[in-house]
Design a protein around this ligand. Structure first.
Ligand SMILES: Nc1ncnc2c1ncn2[C@@H]1O[C@H](COP(=O)(O)OP(=O)(O)OP(=O)(O)O)[C@@H](O)[C@H]1O
Length: 247
C-alpha cells in the first residue's frame, strides 16, 4: 500500500532511515518517508506508537538515534529554531503562559527579530485566520478547551510557518469546537501533518494518511483506502471509521 511519488515535487519533509529510542525503549526503526509541499497528511496509530515522538524529531526537539530529517531540503539540527515549521502541542496548556491571549500570540513573532509593525501584522493575521477576535483581551488560563485550542493554533500560525504539525488537535473538543477546527484546517493553506485518533477528522481534512505501528510505517496512502481496510485497521488496534462502513 506504499505510494511512490515523483522526485520533482518539492519535499517539505524528507525523513531518511530514521531510528529513535528513549534510552532502552525503541520507538521508531529505520523509517523513510517524504511529505510533499501542499500535502495534508494524517498520522494514525495506536497509543504509544510514536506519533508525538515523530513530531518532536521533525521539529528538532529530539535527536535521532540514526538517520536524517530534511526540512525544505535543509537538514534539521537539534535545538535550532526553524521558522518554516510549527508544532501545535497536544495540550494547549503547554503552549499558553502569558497574561493575555494577544501576548501569547505575539510571543513567537516577537522572538523572530521582527519590527513592532511586522509583529502586529502577524498577530492580526493569525487572529483573523483562527477567528478569535472576541478572545484577544482574555486571560488564556481562563479559556475553555476549544478556545485554548484555537489560541494555541493562532500562536503557531502567527510565525507564518510553511508547515504545521498538529498533535491531537481535536482531543477534548465538543462538537461545535471540533467542527470549527475542521473548517479551519480545511481552509488552511500550509502543508500539514495531523496526528489524531479522530479518524473522521482525518477523513475530512487529509489527502494522505500514514499508519504508524511497531516502529514502522505500516501503510501510506489515500485515507479512504487505508482506513477503509478493516483487517489492516484491526491488526493495528484501530477501527474502520463509521462513515466508511455505511457507504
Ligand atoms: N520522554 C520519554 N521518555 C521515555 N519514554 C517515552 C517518552 N516519551 C514517550 N515515551 C514512550 O515512547 C513511546 C511512544 O510515545 P509517543 O508519545 O510518541 O506515542 P503516541 O503515538 O504519540 O501515543 P498517543 O497516541 O498515546 O498520544 C511510548 O511507549 C511512550 O511511553
Amino acid at each position: 500500500m506504499k505510494q511512490q511519488y515523483s522526485e520533482s515535487v518539492t519535499a517539505a519533509i524528507a525523513i531518511q532511515n530514521l531510528t529513535f529510542s528513549y534510552s532502552q525503549l525503541s520507538v521508531l526503526q529505520n523509517i523513510s518517508v517524504t511529505i510533499r509541499t501542499g500535502e495534508r497528511v494524517g498520522l494514525i496509530g495506536p497509543n504509544g506508537s510514536g506519533k508525538t515522538t515523530l513530531f518532536l524529531l521533525t521539529c528538532g526537539v529530539l535527536k535521532p538515534t540514526a538517520g536524517k530529517i530534511f526540512l525544505f531540503d535543509k537538514p534539521i539540527t537539534v535545538g535550532e529554531f526553524r521558522p518554516e515549521i510549527g508544532l501545535v502541542f497536544q495540550n494547549p496548556n503547554d503552549q499558553l503562559f502569558l497574561p493575555s491571549v494577544r501576548d501569547d500570540i505575539a510571543f513567537g513573532p516577537e522572538n523572530m527579530g521582527l519590527s513592532a509593525t511586522e509583529v502586529e501584522e502577524c498577530v492580526q493575521e493569525a487572529i483573523f485566520l483562527t477567528g478569535i477576535q472576541n478572545l484577544v483581551e482574555r486571560v488564556p488560563h481562563n479559556l475553555s478547551g476549544g478556545e485554548k485550542c484555537m489560541v494555541a493554533i493562532a500562536g503557531v500560525i502567527a510565525m507564518r510557518p510553511q508547515l504545521v504539525l498538529y498533535d491531537e488537535p481535536s482531543a477534548n473538543l465538543d462538537m461545535r469546537s471540533r467542527r470549527r477546527l475542521i473548517q479551519f484546517l480545511q481552509e488552511s493553506q500550509q502543508t500539514m501533518m495531523i496526528s489524531s485518533h479522530d479518524l473522521e477528522l482525518i477523513l475530512e481534512v487529509c489527502d494522505r494518511v500514514l499508519l504508524l505501528d511497531q516502529g514502522q510505517i505500516i501503510a501510506d496512502g489515500n485515507p479512504r483506502d487505508v482506513m477503509g481496510d478493516q483487517p489492516l485497521m484491526e491488526a493495528h488496534g484501530l477501527e474502520k471509521p463509521f462513515s466508511l462502513t455505511t457507504h
